[in-house]
Design a protein around this ligand. Structure first.
Ligand SMILES: [Zn+2]
Length: 447
């Protein structure tokens, strides 16, 4: 069974690149990818900026703070539906699937092959996947890491929205049916963070909350190997985090610390303050800050609230210049706005989710715009995640890798043909996007 709703979970995954795989020719007669640059890109060991890789723990429940299945069902774009031949191609490449259809009998054979490899590989399964798809290092955005996801091949990106929500979220949750499902997950995660620190209940003052919950949680994440913290705030509110004085935030916190429902204006101001506090602390600890910025997902998601331009005032905050921000999913429909933010010295973006949701030619157009401006700040990312038993994170990772490499080849081929870059520079840019930009950003050691 592969209903579209299962595919929802894949929204945040990015495509997997098959080494040496050629991009599909464009049917509109436009230029195709240069075979040399395609081959060059095919052999670059990737650093994947964003995924929700699963551990090998049975029923792995830490793969996402806000798993999209809780707001399902919703229709996903065509590229993510089972009829996209990319799925079959991934089955063939990863599991030697010999059929050209997905009949029940054949799919049950496929499940057998998947099970066999998972059993053979055991804790090594996630590493086996990276070896198949040509990824050297995969950043895993998870509540916690787990068995099979050890550094240096896997690096942790934690979730920090919960730290921004210390007061009752009941009124916030009433804003939409999706938020009704999502806010309780944040409440639960904050309680987990507090329990990890041995803090039994909400501190009475903001200062005490910052000192006994927020900073120690970030320090513990850093100590556990976290390279970045992630906000998926766009599922919960708008990305306009204003500069709110500590005195105002403290007064709001104190008013509701003992209970009661904060007004939405009060709660927004407190969240705005906490976003900047968390971003500053993360920067001081040497962790980047990832921010989800895309048109979805969900039936009640507010795309307009995820515009990366809304982040500009935070990006411009002189107190946050030590913090490196990454616009995750490149802003989606706002991709040019994400590109505009690259003028800031501390802002990067990744293409994650796009290699799963866009065709290579559409993604090539997006990349081309970014690469003609700030190629040193564009990162490959997959958003590989599990869509269900037949659509594990490894299948999504393979597809995203293939499509991302194909798109990058199309974009760079076009730039070579137009005389905008030399072949040598195109190869340099390809290596930066697939690998070295992320290595520099996260200070990852080179092989
Ligand atoms: Zn994601």
């Amino acid at each position: 069974m592969r209903p579209h709703t299962i595919l929802i979970l894949l929204l945040l995954t990015n495509g997997g690149a098959e080494l040496g795989c050629s991009p599909s020719p464009r049917s509109d007669g436009a230029a195709t990818a240069d075979p040399e640059i395609t081959a060059f890109i095919g052999q670059i060991p990737a650093v994947d900026n964003h995924s929700h890789a699963n551990s090998v723990a049975p029923g792995d429940s830490d793969h996402d703070a806000l798993p999209l299945e809780v707001i399902a069902p919703f229709e996903v774009p065509v590229q993510l539906r089972p009829e996209n031949p990319d799925w079959l191609a991934a089955y063939k490449a990863l599991y030697r699937y010999p059929y050209a259809d997905m009949s029940d009998a054949h799919m049950s054979e496929l499940r057998g092959a998947m099970q066999k490899i998972a059993t053979e590989q055991g804790d090594q399964f996630p590493t086996w996947v990276l070896d198949q798809i040509g990824t050297e290092v995969l950043l895993a955005n998870r509540v916690a890491m787990g068995p099979g996801l050890a550094p240096p091949r896997f690096r942790w990106v934690s979730f920090v929205d919960a730290l921004m929500l210390p007061l009752s979220t009941k009124a916030e949750a009433a804003a939409s049916p999706d938020r009704q499902k999502l806010f309780p997950l944040e409440d639960k995660l904050l309680l987990r963070y507090m329990s990890d620190l041995g803090v039994p209940k909400r501190p009475r003052t903001l200062d005490a909350y910052l000192k006994s919950v927020v900073t120690p949680t970030l320090e513990a994440q850093k100590k556990a190997g976290c390279v970045a913290v992630k906000f998926e705030a766009a599922y919960l509110r708008s990305l306009d985090f204003e500069d709110v004085p500590a005195s105002s935030a403290s007064a709001i916190y104190a008013k509701y610390a003992g209970g009661g429902e904060p007004s939405s204006a009060d709660y927004k101001a407190l969240q705005d303050f906490l976003f900047r506090y968390i971003a500053r602390e993360a920067g001081d600890l040497g962790m980047a800050v990832h921010v989800h910025s895309f048109n979805g997902a969900g039936n009640f998601y507010r795309a307009a609230d995820s515009d990366p331009l809304l982040l500009e005032s935070a990006f411009n905050d002189p107190m946050l210049r030590k913090t490196k921000f990454v616009i995750v999913h490149g802003g989606g429909v706002y991709a040019p706005h994400a590109g505009a933010m690259l003028w800031k010295p501390n802002v990067y973006l990744d293409m994650s989710a796009m290699p799963l949701l866009y065709t290579p030619s559409k993604l090539a157009t997006v990349l081309r715009d970014w690469l003609t401006e700030y190629p040193e700040k564009v990162l490959f990312g997959s958003d590989a995640a599990s869509f269900g038993p037949d659509m594990g994170w490894e299948v999504a990772a393979w597809i995203a890798n293939k499509n991302a490499r194909a798109a990058l080849a199309l974009a760079l081929s076009d730039m070579i043909r137009n005389g905008e870059v030399s072949r040598a520079r195109a190869e340099e840019i390809a290596t930066m996007v697939m690998r070295t930009n992320a290595m520099t950003l996260y200070s990852l050691e080179r092989k």
